[in-house]
Design a protein around this ligand. Structure first.
Ligand code: C2E
Ligand code: CA
Ligand code: CA
Length: 616
């Protein structure tokens, strides 16, 4: 008889198709050929279809490593290599150390049994074997294993393969591709700003949406589904949930690059379809990153990192896009990581500073207020602009701390400026997406004002349009609370979202801030000019203040004035200025007549007029 033989049993007349474990691979190691035959017949009758008989015990461990059975029956008494030794080797080989092993022995001596159990036998059976007992123990063992596999390899929420499984499989798939000189593409998919779903609709909604998301992705991927861990085909596609809102898809061989990109496009479109949750329609987008073996990386770990870096870049670019990996990304990603680490201590080390950009009344040309814009004075890199670190801070949650600092600092400084004589100046502060979902915002705003001694009517919070549109109910509630405190609420970047007039009427807002992109080409660009005019007219109808940002030329300013835009901000008036320069600007613009306080409070001392750097 051959040392080993694999049999795929043809359909049995008895219980075919009934057995839940019919696809499991059962192996038996015994030096007695008759034993092997008897067991095979038993199993066949019960509907098991994959049986591996090993007669030569010296080959047992190699066969296990190659075939990866779900359960092995192990005879203890064998010549050359006995069952104890095989058991020991199984338990000390990482890839197979959890393999279910049922030992068979004719020795009823309790010491033998004890030794087998100590060596890690899953269960044991006495010879001669009682067939029904054997089947019972096998079924229980396989059930335990199936449960264990489920826990080990699958994500409980979405039922997709999990990170552990994906990493193991990716390793094997890359190996497989290497042997065949084949390609493999890796796609990473994450939902943009997913945290906001959790923040605004609650974690249950988040879970529900992740399940839907998994279902949608599954439709697009040809994977082995719930039994992925049993598939021995390393050319199979694999879809997994890597954790949080991140999914990964391995696409071995066959697909061309443009086919992968087509798939990415389908995914992108699929995610854009609204998700339903308890009557809410939730609109989401995804960021996708792609890297290829062997083109971009030769090792599974590097491949994963590369696709992740590409995905990260897609997200930073605003999401809803596929980014392919390029070599420069690795360097950028490293830089970003170190920046992120340093941001943690930036506040404590007093590295954040506020610059102030003047806002004027278009009809008089006089300054009426300023927008606080944060900067990071990095000890080595110099001044870092908010676009470089606010998105980072939003992601890791530091934004809460940063915005709280900005709010407090801005209120304190504004109060000091009032005292220094620049009375009635208004301060506008940006509120990040993440903050807006935070119910504590109302308290911290109230606190900031009262601690600074600043009347809330001098404070404007700038909130981006898309934020308000996202969760209208919660938004309306929060806006009302903010308004109750007495502060002004402004819709920032207005025009870039999808607001309709009808929508806006429902919100207790005070001000629209027309986005810079509409101002840049007026008055020459007729479309933009028409939009700006319409927005201004609409604001007047709704009794809202209207501010234009990003005015860079005198003709833009003239246009805004002519069309009765209340206020304007932009380089033509001044850039955002550090405190001392800002005060110099204020003195020049408002004149000393507006300065009433005898002694300016600390930190607001006017500098020499020569340091002024305003554009006007
Ligand atoms: P934003 O709220 O739209 O701020 C206006 C941005 O446009 C500022 O860039 C400002 O310097 C720039 N700007 C002003 N006038 C002109 C102009 O005439 N032409 C051009 N080309 N640009 C002009 P900055 O300071 O880099 O800020 C970028 C963004 O960072 C802000 O956009 C805001 O979304 C965010 N940000 C800034 N400070 C804070 C903060 O304290 N907290 C939060 N959460 N976000 C902030
Ligand atoms: Ca702003
Ligand atoms: Ca803006």
């Amino acid at each position: 008889m051959n040392a080993q033989q694999t049999t795929t049993v043809a359909s049995s007349t008895y219980q075919q198709g009934q057995n839940e474990f019919r696809d499991d691979i059962i192996m038996m190691v015994d030096d007695e050929p008759l034993m092997l035959e008897v067991l095979e017949v038993y199993l066949q009758e019960q509907g098991y279809r994959h049986f591996i008989a090993v007669n030569d015990s010296t080959k047992a461990v190699d066969t296990i490593l190659r075939e990866r059975p779900d359960c092995v029956f192990l005879d203890l008494n064998m010549p050359e290599v006995d069952g104890f030794e095989i058991l020991e080797r199984i338990r000390s080989t990482p890839e197979i150390q959890h393999l279910a092993a049922i030992v068979l022995t004719s020795d009823t001596d309790p010491e033998t049994k004890l030794k087998a159990l100590e060596l890690g036998a899953t269960d044991f059976l006495e010879k001669p074997i009682d067939s029904s007992e054997l089947l019972l123990r096998l079924r229980n063992t396989l059930r335990a294993k199936a449960y264990q596999d489920q826990l080990t390899y699958y994500d409980a929420l979405t039922r997709l393969p999990n990170r552990t499984f994906f990493l193991e499989r990716l390793q094997a798939s890359v190996e497989h591709a290497r042997e065949r000189h084949a390609d493999l593409a890796l796609l990473m998919v994450s939902i943009d700003r997913f945290q906001r779903v959790n923040d605004s609709l609650g974690p249950m909604a988040g879970d529900e949406i992740l399940k839907h998301m998994a279902g949608r992705l599954r439709k697009l991927v040809n994977d082995a589904g719930v039994d992925a861990h049993k598939s021995q085909d390393y050319g199979d596609q694999v879809l997994a949930r890597m954790g949080g809102d991140e999914f990964a898809i391995a696409l071995p061989g066959r697909l061309t690059r443009s086919e992968v990109m087509d798939l990415a496009e389908e995914i992108r479109e699929e995610v854009r379809k609204p998700f339903e949750y308890q009557g809410h329609q939730v609109f989401l987008t995804a960021s996708l990153g792609m890297a290829r073996y062997p083109h971009d990386a030769g090792e599974p770990g590097v491949l994963l990192k590369s696709a992740g870096a590409a995905r990260e870049l897609a997200r930073q670019a605003g999401g809803d896009v596929l980014q392919q990996y390029t070599k420069e990304m690795t360097a950028n990603a490293d830089a970003r990581r170190s920046l992120e680490a340093e941001l943690h201590t930036a506040i404590k080390k007093h590295q954040l500073a506020l610059h102030y950009q003047p806002q004027i009344d278009t009809s008089t040309g006089k300054m009426i207020g300023m927008e606080a814009l944060v900067r990071w004075h990095h000890p080595r890199r110099g001044i870092i602009m908010p676009d470089q670190f606010i998105p980072l801070a939003e992601e890791n949650g530091l934004i809460v701390e940063i915005d709280a600092w900005v709010l407090k600092y801005a209120c304190t400084k504004t109060r000091a400026m009032h005292k220094a004589g620049f009375r009635d100046l208004n301060i506008s502060v940006n509120v990040s997406a993440r903050q807006f979902g935070n119910p504590d915002l109302v308290w911290s705003v109230a606190d900031a004002c009262s601690e600074a001694g600043l009347a809330p009517r001098f404070l404007t919070l700038e909130i981006t349009e898309s934020l308000v549109m996202e969760d209208t109910e919660a938004a309306a509630k929060m806006l009302r609370q903010l308004k109750d405190i007495g502060i002004t609420v402004s819709i920032d970047d207005f025009g870039t979202g999808h607001s309709s007039l009808a929508y806006l009427k429902r919100f207790p807002i005070d001000e629209l801030k027309i986005d810079r992109s509409f101002i840049t080409e007026i008055p020459d660009n007729e479309d933009d000019a028409a939009i700006v005019k319409a927005v201004i007219a609409m604001a007047h109808t709704l009794d809202l203040r209207v501010v234009a940002e990003g005015a860079e030329t005198q003709s833009q300013l003239d246009f805004l004035k002519l069309n009765h835009c209340h206020a304007a901000q932009g380089y033509v008036i001044s850039r955002a200025l550090p405190e001392r320069e800002f005060i110099a600007f204020a003195m020049k613009n408002l004149g000393p007549g507006r300065r009433e306080a005898a002694t300016p409070s600390p930190g607001t001392k006017p500098p020499h007029a020569t340091t002024e750097s305003s554009g006007s």
